[in-house]
Write a protein that binds this ligand. Structure first.
Ligand code: COA
Length: 151
């Protein structure tokens, strides 16, 4: 059974584990994950989890500045990728941003990250710009993608 829910501080270890397994996910310093659930960030952050048969298999972390949102990180356990879980996370996130009257969602993605680019493209994201040499090891441009809500 597939289930979606909001993440909490008890999920930090599993989120960290999935991020470490997932090439292409943003790799944050370990303590960044604890800060996700610090009280001061509660209003501005959304952490969504997808569970399959009772085990967390993917997460999405989004952040809000005014009415604009950013997807900071998304990853699905490589053992269960390509089974639609990334799409579920993304669609649920967009649904929740729409409910909160968000206007746009932005994100950065490596140009070579074909899987993620296709995921976003299928969900309706379009290219909005580029950041030169944004990524390192290896050096690569970021594509900035944008999803706009039409009301
Ligand atoms: C990107 C990611 C979250 C997608 O999660 P997922 O659960 O595998 O995605 P879905 O199964 O919902 O796939 C949706 C679409 O994305 C594309 N896609 C996903 N994985 C792909 C792959 N390995 N190769 C090519 N296309 C792929 C396909 O178009 C797919 O639709 P389809 O299966 O009907 O063809 C996952 O690959 C991942 O965790 N990658 C590592 C972390 C990462 O790169 N994060 C993005 C940072 S910007």
């Amino acid at each position: 059974m597939i289930w979606m829910r909001a993440g909490g501080s008890a999920d930090v270890d599993r989120i960290r584990e999935i991020a470490a397994l997932s090439e292409g996910a943003a790799q944050w310093p370990s303590d960044e994950y604890e800060k996700l659930f610090a009280t001061e960030g509660v209003q501005a952050r959304t952490v969504l989890l997808v569970e399959q048969d009772g085990k967390v298999q993917g997460f999405l972390i989004g952040r809000c500045v005014d009415l604009e949102w950013e997807i900071e990180n998304i990853a699905v356990n490589p053992a269960v990728q390509r089974h639609g879980l990334g799409t579920l996370l993304l669609k649920e996130f967009l649904r929740s941003v729409r409910t909160r009257h968000g206007t746009n969602v932005f994100l950065e993605v490596r140009e070579s990250n074909r899987a993620a680019r296709l995921l976003y493209e299928k969900a309706g994201f379009v290219e909005a710009g580029r950041r030169k040499d944004y990524y390192h090891q290896p050096d690569e441009d970021a594509m900035v993608l944008k999803f706009s809500f039409s009301r």
